[in-house]
Ligand binder design. Structure first.
Ligand code: AMP
Length: 447
């Protein structure tokens, strides 16, 4: 299976061979990067040449540096320390689908540009527009924005886009999924025709190809991850568990691994909110991040997570898009996503840039179909792990009963076999499992 961070057979060129200014390379070195990732090796020379680019790369591949480093290099002739806003027109526009991604891209731009006099700022919706105005009026060469908020600023005459030389569409597939096409079209009419356009997308769907035909001119194409690729450094597994036992299994996984940071995925906002509260009550510091929380609450939760104040961050798919948390060791799917491609996005939050990680899915019987879809997309069956043998957080003696169905204790069967036995006849209730659970409770001193 191809890995996102797959290395080419020949030795990677060093960053120093990529024709980047020493001050940009200094920031790269300070970021701790020793060698460029495959997307960086392929994309940086193309961007430096001034060509349009269509790049297929998911979050986690190092794509932000792949477009930001050569972008800084191209803008260097305009770098200056003048205090006059007129000397700092917007020369590069980076569009991102979500606030979280915009913020993270903005942080990366700042980090890579810290030794060159090029200014940048980020604008996104959900916060008071007036707070973003001063930075724009001071002048920035690089603007990172979500499409809707950018148009608000255009209407308020806080930005002029007629000197943009480089347009970057980050996670373009997400932008289309989220219905940003009309906004993108409007933004395009405000930009000079003569410009460089870079499109980054996790997939090359027909819609993306059409977008590229409309917006790009004779683009170079680079591709480092197929849509069904998942980082080899991530250990993926499934724990089959009944819906009633999911919560205890989740606590067990977190405790058995002594996890300090775990990202937990749910399908709905309501489940995310409830689960975070329940984890919190069980002594696992937690917070939730989803569309019903204000921008401020989301940022606060994310900061608390990054700072280690909370252990579990419970998120929905939409809210988690673009989240970049270095070295995230554990991702747990409390519920599988309805769309198998979201599974790839979810597990892409761990095992980044070569770091190892674990992605465990708690799957109940009703999710068997979704699991099969995921395995089909991955082109392999995921190993089944036993449920963690850790005492539940809250003793529930009355609930220690045999599951009504034996799917949970079936020996692991490949997907095709699972499909064939999906409608298996009733199986005898298990004998051994309740005893094991009682033993676990006894060990944990709960009975
Ligand atoms: P991205 O795909 O841009 O979201 O990047 C994913 C992660 O990889 C970020 O945490 C970056 O800091 C990190 N990263 C980017 N380039 C490199 C590199 N050449 N070596 C190691 N880590 C990198």
């Amino acid at each position: 299976m191809p890995a996102i961070m797959e290395q080419p057979a020949t030795p990677s060129p060093a960053f120093s061979s990529l024709a980047l200014d020493p001050q940009i390379l200094r920031a790269v070195e300070e970021a701790g990067y020793t060698e460029p990732t495959p997307i960086q090796i392929q994309a940086i020379p193309q961007v430096l040449s001034g060509r349009d680019l269509m790049a297929m790369a998911q979050t986690g591949t190092g794509k932000t540096a792949a477009f930001t480093l050569p972008l800084l290099q191209r803008l260097l002739p305009h770098a200056n320390t003048s205090a006059s806003p007129a000397r700092h027109p917007i020369r590069a526009l980076i569009l991102a689908p979500t606030r979280e991604l915009a913020i993270q891209v903005g942080e990366s731009v700042e980090e890579y540009a810290k030794h060159v006099p090029l200014q940048s700022t980020v604008v996104f919706g959900g916060v008071d527009i007036r707070t973003q105005k001063p930075a724009l009026l001071k002048g920035v060469e690089i603007l990172v924005a979500t499409p809707g908020r950018l148009l608000d600023h255009v209407e308020s005459r806080n930005v002029m886009l007629n000197q943009v030389q480089v347009l970057i569409l980050d996670e373009a597939d997400r932008m289309l999924d989220m219905g940003f096409m009309p906004d993108l079209k409007r933004i395009l009419t405000l930009l000079p025709k003569q410009r460089q356009t870079l499109l980054f997308s996790a997939t090359f769907s027909d819609e993306i190809r059409k977008l590229a035909r409309d917006f790009l001119s004779n683009p170079a194409t680079v591709e480092v991850a197929r849509r069904n690729a998942a980082a080899d450094t991530v250990r993926q597994a499934v724990v089959a568990v009944s819906e009633d036992d999911k919560f205890d299994a989740l606590c067990g996984l977190i405790r058995s691994r002594d996890a300090k940071q775990v990202l937990v995925f749910t399908r709905t906002k309501l489940t995310a909110a409830r689960l975070a509260r329940r984890l919190q009550r069980s002594g696992i510091p937690s917070s939730d991040i989803h569309g019903d929380r204000s921008q401020q609450e989301r940022l606060k939760a994310l900061d608390a997570f990054k700072d280690g104040e909370i252990i579990a961050l419970v998120a929905t798919d939409v809210a988690a898009r673009g989240l970049d948390i270095d070295q995230l060791p554990l991702v747990i799917n409390y519920e599988l996503p309805p769309n198998p491609e979201d599974y790839i996005h979810r597990i892409g939050r761990t095992g980044r840039a070569g770091a190892s990680g674990e992605a465990i899915s708690l799957v109940d019987r009703d999710e068997e179909r979704l699991l099969k879809d995921v395995e089909k997309l991955l082109k392999r069956d995921l190993p089944r792990d036993p449920a963690p043998r850790v005492a539940p957080s809250t003793p529930r003696p009355n609930k220690i009963s045999a599951p009504t169905d034996d799917w949970f204790s079936r020996p692991y069967e490949p997907t095709s076999a699972v499909a064939a036995t999906k409608q298996a006849e009733p199986v005898p209730a298990r004998e051994a499992e309740p005893k094991k659970q009682v033993a676990a409770l006894l060990r944990g001193g709960k009975l």
